[in-house]
Ligand binder design. Structure first.
Ligand code: ADP
Ligand code: XUL
Length: 525
């Protein structure tokens, strides 16, 4: 019975999941996490990142990720024992947008790694610059403007690549380095994403960038799935020669190199192209059918959903990526998620039980009270000057404020995702706040869709293991339907935790345009 190994190199930790798939029998065989701060203190990161003197600049050490991969492979091999030989395919996901710069020594060094030695001391010399800018970096506003102007405006760039220019996206990051560090740029032979860099270490040779993670770069023609010459030309001289190929996410691009097979006793398993953490999570929460929307209620709230067409968000706030299931996916981020809910909870001296009671005590529609929940600067819609805005809502009314923050968040989510998914058929809810059924009830009523709770702890990592299983099967015969791939592992509880209530659905249908008008007024001020 084959085993499938999935990795996830997140911002704060490196994770692995092994799944066992045998027809209808399937289960998670192993799950491990290495937290960077605790397990790799020598790299000096805080929560996985190296803060610079400039608060806008955020990098991470790619050597630390390699170290984590080496240690995790050792852990997986030790725990699986003889079963390690059953690993048939491997893939992973990485935090999106981050970029790794390799020099001319990388190819020969990676092809000749000594299995008796640790990985890190052998690859110290392969970088043309030591740090990798990551998604938390926001230092490239000038480069975003330059790229946007060169390709003919925001709308043109979004239509071409799925997103307007964003500071954290890889193209603007590459442009900044090529401009400000000409010597490092001249030494650079390859630019990899976090995902394709780790895949390269597994293969011992250059790995491709998959269409999913490639769409987080402002460099790929989303509809065609290949580098866009105009975006490349707008970004940096000599960029085309420095990028690996782009391939569909389900591509088996090689075999695990001898370094790993000899070092840890694994077989020459198939290597499937790695992808970004958000595309991987789409699979990991079982959101593989159009209409099935995934909502993660974490520190921030994010909403993502499969799409059949390579559209773009007309407001410019959200992203469209290629989906690892074929087709495309939307990604909409709301910075004021748990942050804003906690702010209201604490302002009224409540705990989560009190917060839930307040939701149950107050009626849908909140008697016409409205709140724009912008405790912090907001991504969607873009708000630079934070501050909660209230309408027909007294600040001291605890229960009404609790309802207003949750209704405001759900109405905003529904408004700002309808360009992608006008009709949501069901929602898979994950993240810390998804344990709160009263919050999910408001979600069900606003979206007029049943909400299922998904208990998967690391959806990106599980998504990777399932992608490995899918690509292995697809490389041997007809590709299995994604619904079959995720069944029993990534699908949520079988019963919805919240069903839409018709009376409440009517209330929110009337409330939506009022909320939109309130938001419009606040934004135009
Ligand atoms: P992260 O984005 O950091 O991975 P999590 O998905 O772990 O976040 O979610 C953590 C958040 O869950 C906490 O910030 C907290 O506000 C929220 N949370 C935990 N329990 C509840 C609850 N019962 N009701 C609402 N929110 C909750
Ligand atoms: C998505 C984004 C983050 C990173 C890290 O655009 O910047 O979600 O992928 O998780």
């Amino acid at each position: 019975m084959p085993l499938y190994l999935g990795f996830d190199c997140g911002t704060q930790s490196f994770n692995a999941v092994v799944v066992e798939v045998d027809g209808e029998r399937r289960g998670v065989a192993l799950e491990r996490s290495l937290v960077f701060g605790e397990c790799f203190p020598a790299y000096g990161t805080t929560n996985g990142a190296l803060p610079g003197e400039d608060p806008l600049v955020v990098e991470a050490p790619p050597l630390m990720w390699a170290d984590a991969l080496d240690r995790m492979m050792g852990l997986v091999a030790a725990e699986l024992g003889d079963d390690v030989r059953r690993i048939a395919a491997i893939t992973g996901s990485g935090q999106q947008h981050g970029s790794v710069y390799l020099n001319g020594a990388a190819a020969p060094v990676l092809a000749a790694l000594d299995p008796h030695k640790f990985l890190v001391p052998q690859i110290r010399g392969v970088f043309s610059r030591q740090g990798a800018p990551i998604w938390m970096d926001s230092s490239t506003s000038a480069e975003c403007e330059e790229i946007t102007a060169a390709v003919g405006g925001s709308e043109a760039l979004a239509r071409l690549t799925g997103s307007r220019a964003f500071e954290r996206f890889t193209g603007p990051q590459i442009r900044k380095i090529s401009k400000n560090e000409p010597t490092a740029w001249a030494r650079t032979r390859r630019v990899h994403l976090v995902s394709s860099y780790l895949a390269t270490l597994l293969a011992g040779r250059d790995a491709p960038i998959d269409h999913g993670d490639g769409s987080g770069m402002n460099l790929m023609d989303l509809a065609m799935g290949r580098w866009a010459p105009s975006a490349l030309a707008a970004t940096a001289n000599g960029l085309a020669a420095r990028l690996p190929n782009t391939v569909p996410s389900a591509t088996v691009f090689g075999r695990l190199s001898s370094y790993w097979t000899l070092r840890h006793g694994l077989p020459h398993a198939k290597l499937v192209a790695w992808t970004g953490d958000n595309p991987s999570s789409l699979v990991g929460v079982g959101s593989v059918t159009p209409g099935v929307t995934a909502v993660s209620l974490g520190t921030s709230d994010t909403l993502f959903a499969p799409l059949s067409e390579p559209t773009h968000d007309p407001s410019g706030a959200a992203h469209v990526f290629a989906s690892p299931t074929g087709g495309f996916m939307s990604l909409v981020c709301f910075r004021n998620g748990s942050l804003a809910r906690e702010h209201v909870r604490d302002a009224h001296g409540l705990d989560w039980t009190g917060f839930s009671e307040a939701l149950r005590r107050t009626p849908p529609g909140n008697g016409g009270a409205l709140m724009l929940p912008w405790v912090e600067p907001e991504i969607t819609p873009p708000v630079l000057t934070p501050g909660i805005r209230r309408s027909a809502l007294r600040e001291e009314d605890a229960a009404a404020n609790v309802r207003a923050v949750v209704e405001g968040q759900m109405l905003s989510m529904s408004l700002h995702s309808s360009w992608a998914t006008p009709r949501v058929t069901r929602i898979h809810a994950t993240g810390g706040a998804a344990r709160n059924t009263d919050i999910l009830q408001v979600m069900a009523d606003v979206f007029d869709a049943p909400v299922y709770r998904s208990e998967v702890p690391n959806s990106a990592c599980l998504g990777a293991a399932l992608r490995a299983a899918h690509a292995d099967a697809a490389s041997e015969g007809p590709a299995p339907p994604w619904e079959d791939v995720v069944r029993g592992l990534a699908d949520p509880d079988s019963e919805p935790v919240a069903r839409p209530r018709p009376a409440a659905v009517d209330v929110y249908r009337e409330m939506r345009p009022k909320y939109a008008a309130f938001e419009e007024r606040a934004l135009s001020r």
